[in-house]
Design a protein around this ligand. Structure first.
Ligand SMILES: NC(=O)c1ccc[n+]([C@@H]2O[C@H](COP(=O)([O-])OP(=O)(O)OC[C@H]3O[C@@H](n4cnc5c(N)ncnc54)[C@H](O)[C@@H]3O)[C@@H](O)[C@H]2O)c1
Length: 481
């Protein structure tokens, strides 16, 4: 790399790092500006340092894990991970020390040794810089995902970050550049890829049972408004509400997008080319804020904010001429949905509205036929660990399948199912949707984070070859989540 480019990248990294760790509510207004788009194009035009797709890191016999962020998701992760053999939870970190103490209690309950403790706003920095950690697992608020992952990788650790991995295009590129340069994995923990129907339909797609996929749909439609967004006790420091009160677009695209992107071999034979996005106005969030503020002055600061429009719909075109529709609505009183529609030349799939459905023509197949497909075409990963995962719990088992698979891959030196390019691509839809929405649904080019390697990258492996050596501890009834 020439000196100018090195200087340029340093500028990108320093400039956005300061922003990225800022308080979400005070961050710049949402979306990707022209300068950031130009930087992204320049990155895209340069050479890949190293291809992390299909990369097998050296085996780690016992994976030493640090968990940063011990709120709802992180405290559950500590419990789930404790069931897996071949790992040690060696460090725990949260801004609030009482949360660290609560997770220490979980370790005690699970008969695991005490972990080293870190706390305070910047405790994660000392953790990332410390020795004797192999993997930093980060379920913090969104604005910390990239900074923690970057520091972890720069200090020789693999990074696993909750969804979305990044909030800006600059951050996406920082993850890619750092993972390539350090040869450390950066996996986004997109658990929905490991749900049972998603795994079944991925395997059936791979076998050509739906023909050529033409179109797919995914979503995150989940009414979080009363119980989460405006609930003072549900999560830390109102970070979710601040995100929703300052950005407008699809802020959480990866749950719907990840599983269908894997089915369509995105980054591995096809790539996302461009997108358009449209949001409704906000018809309820500001009203809810006003209502709450009239009874509790705590909510005064959330009145009159530029709330995200209730429903966002984005359309993506791939290079091979296929389309993907992604929706996001966390504030309307609707039943939960990630849609999961796949439409091919020989068949189609739909998960929501439930029940799960598959068709090979004009009608959905019968329940008994679907049961047969589950028996015949569930993936080796699900067949191996699915029943145990259901027993442990965590979104019906998919969380545990994901954790087990991650640890098993690290222990056996296998490539991870989700690499840094997936993390960057699935996450970048959020800032691009914000820009498109802000500019009357303007078409936005989607960066190629693989810098051309998508043409040769192999589809994600559905096999357990070389792995499946990681055991799970006894699940006594009182330990089930
Ligand atoms: N994949 C899924 O199904 C799923 C489900 C829920 C949440 N999530 C993701 O998990 C993450 C956490 O969500 P949550 O619901 O647990 O939120 P939460 O607020 O309950 O937990 C976040 C934790 O991070 C801590 N934290 C904040 N700043 C910190 C800092 N500077 N250093 C260390 N810790 C800090 C908070 O104190 C809190 O304990 C989010 O990214 C969210 O999107 C994913």
């Amino acid at each position: 790399m020439d000196n100018n480019r090195r200087k340029f990248l340093r500028r990108v990294i320093v400039g956005t790092g300061a922003l990225a760790v800022g308080i979400p509510g005070l961050a710049k207004m949402s979306g990707t500006g022209d300068e950031e788009i130009n930087r992204s194009k320049e990155n895209e035009a340069s050479d890949q340092h190293f291809n992390m797709c299909g990369y097998a890191a050296p085996k780690i016999e016992t994976v030493r894990i640090a968990v940063v962020g011990l709120g709802q998701r992180g405290s559950e992760a500590v419990e789930r991970l404790s069931f897996i053999d071949g790992l040690e939870i060696v460090a725990l970190c949260d801004k609030y020390s009482d949360r660290v103490a609560a997770s220490q209690k979980t370790l005690e309950k699970m008969k695991r040794p005490k972990a080293k403790e870190y706390s305070g706003e910047e405790g994660w920095k000392a953790l990332c810089e410390s020795k004797d950690i192999d993997l930093v697992y980060t379920p913090t608020p969104w604005h910390l995902h990239t900074p923690v992952a970057l520091l972890a990788m720069k200090n020789g650790k693999h990074a696993a970050v909750e969804v979305p991995a990044a909030k800006t295009i600059d951050e996406c590129w920082q993850l890619v550049e750092t993972s390539e340069k350090t040869k450390k994995h950066c996996m986004m923990l997109e658990n929905c890829c490991y749900d049972f129907f998603e795994q079944l339909t991925l395997n059936m797609t791979r076998q050509g049972m739906f023909g050529e996929l033409v179109h797919a749909e995914g979503a995150y439609i989940h009414d979080l408004s009363k119980d989460w967004l405006f609930n003072k006790n549900a999560y830390a420091d109102m970070w979710r509400l601040k995100e929703n009160a300052s950005r407008n677009g699809n802020l959480y695209p990866t749950h719907g997008l990840g599983p269908v992107a894997q089915c369509m071999n995105i980054n591995r034979g096809d790539k996302m080319d461009y997108m358009v996005s449209m949001s409704t106005h906000d018809f309820s969030l500001n009203t809810m804020a006003k209502d709450l503020a009239s009874k509790d002055s705590f909510f005064n600061e959330y009145v009159g904010k530029p709330y995200r429009g209730n429903m966002n719909t984005s359309m993506i075109k791939t290079n091979k001429g296929k389309t993907i529709m992604v929706q996001h609505d966390v504030s309307s009183p609707r039943p939960y949905s990630r849609i999961h529609v796949l439409s091919g030349t020989k068949g189609s799939v739909g998960k929501w509205p439930s029940p799960e459905k598959i068709s090979f023509g004009h009608r959905w197949i019968k329940k008994e036929e679907l049961d047969e497909l589950y028996k015949k075409h569930s993936t080796p990963i699900v067949n191996h660990i699915g029943a145990i995962a259901k027993d442990v719990g965590g979104h019906g088992g998919m969380d545990f399948i994901m954790d087990w698979r991650l640890i098993d891959c690290l222990r056996n030196g296998l490539p991870l199912d989700q690499d840094v390019y997936d993390a960057a691509l699935w996450s970048c839809i959020a800032p691009l949707s914000e820009s498109s929405v802000a500019k009357k649904s303007k078409t936005m080019d989607i960066p190629d984070f693989t810098r051309g390697a998508w043409k040769k990258n192999k589809p994600v492996s559905l096999s357990l070859d070389g792995g499946a050596t990681t055991q799970v501890r006894d699940i006594k009834p009182d330990l089930k989540m």
